[in-house]
Design a protein around this ligand. Structure first.
Ligand code: NAD
Ligand code: UD1
Length: 341
């Protein structure tokens, strides 16, 4: 079976390509490298010892999409390509709507034209806005607090309408919680440009002495220790969730949303301790004011994913921290050796 992976050189995309290849799927990958590097292609091949076709192409380029569908036999699409920085989406919302929503429209139109009607879509826990209670179930009310989240909710609605118009479509909306960690090889992982916005890459850089001190955004939340609580999930577990979702959409038609989280919430202080234990490094931190738009607590109810996808996350916080640290060290050794990252 042959799967088109959009955004396949990105953080989650590259890990999912590895798991797809390991599971015996044929893959065709494209990316425009707006937030990733070509080296991910070679790394994915190196880890799996398997080959695949790659196109440098933009989701917004209709003729490039047509070419990919003309030249390849495609059974289903896993759609990762999109912009994902929440703060940036507030500053340049039109770019986010254009890229994420506009790009998905072009992709869906091309898929319909070539009669490919199966898709796994990267949605986000951002579609739950500020949930009234936790754990969060898939049938909770949906709302958003920033343009990035709005692009995800809009795309979910577009995909639902698409199915209503043509019940041959089969779509899984995967709502990711907080993916962290990296492949055990240390060859692929998350290495954001500039100063990281998210907790784990920031912690890793403080531990590696690339940044001086982590600001904890608030210690007066109504949580176990006052700091924000999130559902961190190992990126490999998340990737395996895509394989299960793919199996599901190949057997059925419809649109279903699934949470991909562990169901366990950890506070910022707990993540720092776990990272210190895993890395043997001190993570310097200070308490800072709350970050605008943050919610106190967010973790998944993962019952539906377990029941309907037969998927559960099995890697714990210790392993997530060890693998994030392993990747940072590998990156540093590549940089030192002057090899491309
Ligand atoms: P990423 O930025 O590492 O990967 C996205 C990839 O899409 C990048 O390689 C980028 O170059 C590519 N891309 C973006 N716009 C494109 C376009 N117009 N044409 C072609 N390629 C394009 O991000 P990620 O963390 O791997 O996330 C993958 C998906 O999952 C995204 O849609 C993201 O919104 C969603 N998601 C991520 C998280 C997270 O915390 N990482 C959480 C929830 C949802
Ligand atoms: C991020 C996304 C959100 C997405 C969610 C799950 C942002 C701003 N939001 O949010 O859209 O739905 O992942 O994929 O990117 N923290 C600090 N100091 C830091 C960084 C973070 O204390 O330097 C705290 C935050 O306040 C929060 C926790 O760490 O309590 C996690 O933060 P982060 O990694 O940014 O993820 P989310 O806020 O969950």
């Amino acid at each position: 079976m042959s799967i088109l992976v959009t955004g396949g050189t990105g953080y989650i995309g590259s890990h999912t390509c590895v798991e797809l290849l390991n599971a015996g799927y044929e893959i065709i990958v494209f990316d425009n490298f707006i937030n990733s590097k070509p080296e991910a292609i070679q790394r994915t091949k190196q880890i799996t010892n398997k080959d695949f076709k790659f196109y440098k192409a933009d989701l917004l380029d209709r003729s490039a999409m047509e070419q990919i569908f003309t030249k390849n036999q495609i059974d289903a699409v896993i759609h990762f390509a999109g912009l994902k920085a929440v703060g940036e989406s507030v500053e340049i919302p039109l770019r986010y709507y254009h890229n994420n929503v506009g790009g998905t429209l072009i992709l869906c139109e091309t898929m319909a034209k070539y009669n490919v009607k199966r898709m796994v879509f990267s949605s986000s826990a951002a579609v739950y806005g500020n949930p009234a209670t936790v754990p969060i179930r898939e049938d909770f009310p949906l709302s958003t607090t920033n343009p990035y989240g709005s692009t995800k909710l809009m795309i979910e609605n577009i995909l639902r309408d698409l199915y209503i118009s043509d019940p041959e479509w089969s779509i899984a909306l995967l709502r990711y919680f907080n993916p962290i960690g990296a492949h055990k090889s240390g060859l692929i992982g998350e290495d954001p440009n500039g100063i990281p916005n998210n907790l784990m890459p920031y912690i890793a850089r403080v531990a590696a002495r690339k940044l001086e001190v982590l600001s904890i955004f608030g210690n007066d939340y109504p949580t176990k220790d006052g700091t924000g609580v999130r559902d961190y999930i190992h990126v490999v577990d998340l990737s395996l969730g895509h394989i299960k979702a793919l199996e599901k959409i190949m057997q059925t038609s419809g649109v279903e949303a699934y949470n991909l989280g562990t169901g366990i919430g950890y506070s910022v202080l707990e993540v720092i301790s776990a990272f210190e234990a895993a890395s043997g490094q001190k993570v310097n931190y200070k308490i800072a004011p709350r970050r605008a738009g943050d919610i106190p607590e967010c973790y998944a109810d993962s019952v539906k994913s377990k029941k309907e996808l037969d998927w559960v996350a099995s890697r714990d916080l210790k392993e997530m921290c060890e693998d994030s640290w392993g990747y940072i060290n590998k990156l540093a050794s590549f940089k030192k050796a002057g090899r491309p990252l």
